[in-house]
Design a protein around this ligand. Sequence first.
Ligand SMILES: Nc1ncnc2c1ncn2[C@@H]1O[C@H](COP(=O)(O)OP(=O)(O)OP(=O)(O)O)[C@@H](O)[C@H]1O
Length: 224
Amino acid sequence: MASLATTTRLFTTNAAPAAPTDRRTIVVSGPSGGGKSTLLERLFREYPNTFGFSVSHTTRKPRPGEVDGVAYHFVTHATINDMIAKDQFLEHAVYASNTYGTSRKAVQDIKDSGKICIMDIELQGVKQIRELAKKSREEGGGGVEGFEARYLLVRPPSLEVLEARLRARKTESEDAIQKRLEAARREWDAGSDPGNFECIVVNDDLDTAYRDLHRFIFGATKVE
Ligand SMILES: Nc1ncnc2c1ncn2[C@@H]1O[C@H](COP(=O)(O)OP(=O)(O)OP(=O)(O)O)[C@@H](O)[C@H]1O
C-alpha cells in the first residue's frame, strides 16, 4: 500500500475539497479480494472526519488483526437470523457460506454524526438497497427516510489477478478462495449492467485506482 506521504503529494497540487458536495451514501461493491478495503482505508486515512464506514454484521470468523466492531460486528448465525427476523437490516446476503448484513442502525448512526456513509456490500445487497431507495422514493418510506445512494464497483483487472491477490493475502482457506472466485466469475458481468453501478474502478495500479475513486466521490453531483 502507498504511504500517506504519497497520498498527500497526489492531492496538494489538486487542491481537493475537504468534503464532497454530494452527501448521499456511497455503496461500494466488487469481488472479494478486488481491493475495496485497501482503497477505502486510504480514503479514511486522508479524510478521517468526512466519511463514516457502516460496520456490517457477519457470521464469518475474524481474520488476524480484524477488530470486532471496527472491521465487522462478528456474530453467530443465531444472532444474525434473529436480527433478520426483526427486520433490523437494510440489506443482507449469504456470501461464500456466511451471512453478511448492514443494519439500519449502522447507517443511521453515521448520518446522525454528520458524516457521509460508505458501505461495502455484496452484489445481492446492492440490489436490495436499490430496491429500498426506489420504494423510499415512491412511497416516502422504506425504513430509512430519504435514503439515497450512489453506487461504485471496484474490480481487479482480471480474474487471474484476483486469484493471485487472494492467494497473496493469505487470509482464506483454499475452499474459501474457490468460493470467492466462483462468486466473482458468476457476478463479473453484473458490473457492466448500467442498472447496478454508476462507476467502475478497475484496481490495477493502486494510485490510479485511488485517483478514479476519489474523482467519483468528489466529482459527481448528479442526483437521480
Ligand atoms: N492495486 C493493487 N495492486 C496489488 N495488490 C493489491 C491492489 N489492491 C489491493 N491489493 C491487495 O489485494 C488483496 C485484496 O485487497 P482487499 O483486502 O482490499 O480486497 P477486498 O475487496 O476488500 O476484499 P474482501 O471483500 O474480501 O474484504 C490485499 O492483500 C491487498 O493488499
